[in-house]
Each structure stands twice: as C-alpha cells, then as structure tokens.
Design a protein around this ligand. Sequence first.
Ligand SMILES: [Zn+2]
Length: 216
Amino acid sequence: MYRSEEDYLKSIYELSIEQNKTQVKTVELVEVLGYSDQSVNEKIKKLVAKDYVVFEPYKGVSLTNKGKNEAIRMVRAHRIWEVFLMKELGFSWLDLHGDAEELEHASSDKVISKLYDYLERPQYCHHGNPIPDLNGQIPKLATHRLLEKEIGDNFVIKRVLDQKELLMYLMELDLSLDSELVVVDKNDFAKEMKVSVGDRIITIAYTIAVKLFTFN
Ligand SMILES: [Zn+2]
C-alpha cells in the first residue's frame, strides 16, 4: 500500500480514537492532513475500492477491519520508534516525529515486535499517545484539557499534541509529561490562565491550554 494511503488510515484512526466515534468527517481529514477537499475525496475513493474504509455521504468515513488493522500497525510502529529514539538514543521530544515517520514505514512487523519487547512494552510515547498492544488493545487516552480546569484544580500533564512549536514552547517553560500544575487564576477576558508549578507561577494562554491533556 502507498505511504500516503497509510497516512490517511492513521489519521482516520487517530481522529476516531480522539473523538471516541467510528466515523470521521472528511472536513476533519482535510484539516488534519492539510490537503485539498478534492485530493482527500479522491484518496477516500481509492481506499474504499481497496476495502480499507467505508464512506457514507454526509456522515463520513470509517475504517473497515482491514483498514483498522493497518492503522494500528502504523501507529504502533510510530510510537514504539519514538520511545526508542528518546529513551535509547537521547532524542528530544521535538525531533522525534520526522525520524519515527520514516522508520514506521520501513519496519517489518518482526522488527516492531522485537523492539516493543526490548523496550519492555511501553504503554505511551513521550507525547502521551497510547501504544496499542499486539491485540490492538489501547491504553486509556488522556482527554481532559487544562482549559476545563478551574481555580484550585490540580492538573498533571499526561498528553500533549505533537506539534513542534508547542513542544518548543513547553520546553521553554520547563514543562513536560507528568509535570504537576495547580490552576491559580483564569481570566476569560485575556484568555489566559495562571498555574503554579512547584514554586513558579506560569501564564498559559487558552490556545495552549486546549493542547494539554490529563486523565480526569
Ligand atoms: Zn508521540
């Protein structure tokens, strides 16, 4: 299968997990993948013809079992390579994406399963994205955003969006996965919140607070 097709399946899979539903709207795919409506629609037709997805007009696109298995294979490979690059080779979480993307497409199932065992079966990558096990079972996804929290609430960062600018920004603030925050102020007018981290107080814009997640 073509690499671009694999990326589609992966995006459909990730969106459906994120939203906890099986059907994904094509506009959402257009947004995530950054391609035109036309090219997304054409690609979906090809994926339907190959029995990877089912398309229902006005409802969206969902993965067939075949498509889902393929998506899980790619997502697993990507996240397992990320763990390896960071844990064993000392990559920063900023630099994981490109190499993990290359390696994911180049690895056999055997390599991935050996690597998974070697890393002692990690449940999450360093962005907090869950790694499906060999049966396709997925550890819990952190879905509650920092923005949902109120003054006085605790918030442990359990997942961040894998966006380079965001990760750089968090590094500047010395925040990472498992950082523990307490909300000390929320200003709906300025659209920013203040949080304490240890003995520091940090200001976080609402636009950033929607990209940080915790379990509850
Ligand atoms: Zn990741």
